[in-house]
Structure formats: structure tokens, C-alpha cells
Design a protein around this ligand. Sequence first.
Ligand code: UD1
Length: 435
Amino acid sequence: MAQYIIQGGRRLEGEHWVQGAKNSALPILAAAAATKSQCVIHRCPALKDVDAALRILRWLGCGVRREGGTVTVDAAGLSHSRIPEVLMREMRSSIIFMGPLLSALGHAELSAPGGCEIGLRPINLHLEAMRALGAEIVDEGGRLSCSAAKGLHGGRYILSFPSVGATENMMIAAARARGTTTLTNAAREPEIVDLANFLNRCGANVRGAGEGVITIEGVESLHGAEHAVIPDRIAAVTMLSAAAITRGEILLRGAAPGHMDAVLSVLEQGGCRIRRAPDGEMHLRACARLRHFPTVRTMPYPGFPTDAQAAIMALACVAEGASMITETIFENRYNHVGELRRMGASIRVEDRVAVVEGVACLHGAGVEARDLRAGTALVVAGLAAEGRTRVRGVCHMERGCERFEEALAALGADINRMEEDSDGKEANEDKGEKK
Ligand code: UD1
């Protein structure tokens, strides 16, 4: 298992190019399968989750080629409609292939992704959305057999919660369904708009993405297209947080500040000076100790993103005063709390509310990342901690952060990626246990 070793206390300063958005790339790659043609996707981040999506595409019969940040998917050979469990398990969002397979082949067989580190993550809304389009779905002990022998038809569906994944699945499935589909209480995330733009480039007719009601006029067929994925707003927040916690400054290039208003205003409340430029450049400077963030409540977009909650909590740990953070999207998204406490943080959690009393300084410790965003928060905290922090579970961060340690080191951080001893010696020493 790989780990990061961080020597804290270095002020970060410099420029960083923001990666393409993981959460856009994944549904867009899945949607490419539905075109049964060739699609060229630019700015596709090099991440484990993206690799997992490419493996699924290959398994389904698509040709896949990556050259730098550009991925070419040739879906003309799409022929398999069954995704084996081992591939489904590699990435939770593999459920996003359900809509494309139903649309292109009239059949999809996949397994329901189980619960995971951050919550139950049920898929009932995905299933209801597909049924609203005429799909028949049989669940045999977690193995889902979905079919639409005569093709999907347009339908109306009101989401009881604006699920990002269910909105995406329905948009892709409805693109070629017969007739009109109306999706109400749809998710409004920028990644939804990006997917709609991609689908429309492929000949689909999707209107209203980014608003609460999305209307999709089904078209006879889709064709291939070329598309560049939007910047990753969460990866951008991670880098801003890394600069802010070290009282540093950073110039982000190729970002989309307009997608980050909720987070930027919280960082500004904390005392960061942020300059946004219309061309995607943004600059953050944090000269002094951060001030507390009175109330941060995660909400569907345009609210404060759940994916940025952990990084902001790391900042709150060393801010002056008490911050209150409420997680409303996932049931179990405080995996970082116990580990931050090992570094000297003062955090009380009651149900979904975390009260963080800022301390003057964190100290280095051996900690473990149990999910992607928890892991990045621990790295952010380690950058400001006194002494050495060892963050295990790098594999989680590699799911979503492109060349994370290289990017931080380029800004002046003292961070190294190391393979842990096979006998776990160093990790045990961190816990005061000798083998
Ligand atoms: C996406 C993002 C993830 C982000 C999340 C919320 C991707 C690949 N992942 O995940 O990074 O944290 O949005 O912004 O884009 N729910 C149900 N039933 C369903 C589906 C969802 O109850 O069928 C619930 C979930 O348990 C959760 C909430 O809805 O509590 C939000 O989930 P959803 O928006 O679907 O998140 P994902 O699409 O899985």
C-alpha cells in the first residue's frame, strides 16, 4: 500500500493547471458508448476511476486509445451488455453505464454497487428513472438485469432528490428514446451541463441542463463528437485549500471560478483574498491565520459541495475560532474526523454536525485515508502540521487527484510517495505498536 510522507510547515506558492473534471469525464465516457461511433474526449484526467471506465468500455467491445489527456472511444464495436462484477466494483459510478447500454443495445446486466465508505449510496432513483423510460429491471440478489426489448420511450420523472448520477443516467438513456422526456428536480451541477453539451454535440436534443427541469427530445440516432471536459472544481478547491492552510498563494490556471462560488465565498469568509478572472485564472492569497467559517452546510449545486467538505474542515482545524460544518448529502462523510483528531484537531461530531474549534497548530501523525476526499483533507492538514505526517491509503487519492504529490511538490511542499513496507512496519510504529 502506498503512502504519502509529508514534512509540514512549508509555505506553498506558485501556479497550477487544473485537471479535467473526474465527475464529468466518467459520464461522458459512458455516454460515448451510446453513440456507437467515434468520440474524442479532451482533458480527460489520468485517474484510477477513469482507467476503470476505460476498462469497462473495452470489455463492452469499444476501442479505446489514450494520447496524453485525449481519449478516443470508438464505440462502433459495442456488443456486450453485461458488465462483470469485478469491473463494477472498481468504481462506484459504474452504474452510469446502465443508461448508455439500455439506449444502445436495449439490454444491460450489471451488479448493484454496494454500500461504500461515505454512505449507503442506493441506486433506487437510477432504477426508477430507467423504469419511467420503459425499462424492465429484475434484481436477482444484487445482479440487475435491465431490458427494453422494443427500445426506450420518453417519460416523465420527478426525482425525490436531485441525484447527480440518476440525472446523468436518465439524460443519456432518454437521448435516443422515442418521444419527449421530462426530468423534474434534476441535479444542476456543472458536470450535468457538460454532459448535456456533449450529448448535444453528438446530435441529442437536451434542454434545460443546469436548471431544475430538463427536457430531452429523443432523436433517431447519435453520432460521434469531439469534446473537452470542464475543469475539476473539486480538485481546484483542494489546491486552493493547500495554499490557504500554509498561508501561501496560488495562481490557478484553466479553472472555472464560476462553478465554485459557494466554496470561494467560504474561503473569503476565512480571510483568503481571491481574485477571479473571466478567462479561468484565479489567484488566492492567505497571508495571515485563517478565520473560522461560521456555518458551512453541504447542499446540491449551487450549494456548498459535499466533495469540498473535508478540505474545508482541514482548514477549520487551524482557523481562529469555532466553525460549524453540516453534512447533508451523505450519511458517513466524516471519515477524516478521527484522523484529524490524531493530528491534534479539536472536532466534536453530533449526528451530521461537526463543530471544529481551531487550534494554533496541528502536529504530524500517522493517519489513514478511507475515501478520496477524506484523504486529500489529511494531506492538506499535513502540509500545515508541525513535523512529519504519514498518510496511508494513497490509492483513494489516485481515484480523483491527478499527480497529486507532484503538483504539491511543484508549489514547494515537502511530500513524497512511498511504498509501505510489506509488513506494515512503519504504520505500526505510528500507532506505537512494534512488530
Ligand atoms: C456524484 C459525484 C460525487 C458527489 C455526489 C454529490 C460523480 C462520479 N460522483 O455522486 O463525487 O459527492 O455526486 O454531489 O459524479 N441517492 C439515493 N438514491 C439514488 C441515488 C442517490 O438515495 O438512486 C442519494 C445518495 O445516497 C446520496 C444523495 O442521493 O445521499 C446524492 O447522491 P448522488 O447525487 O446520486 O451522488 P452520485 O451521483 O453517486
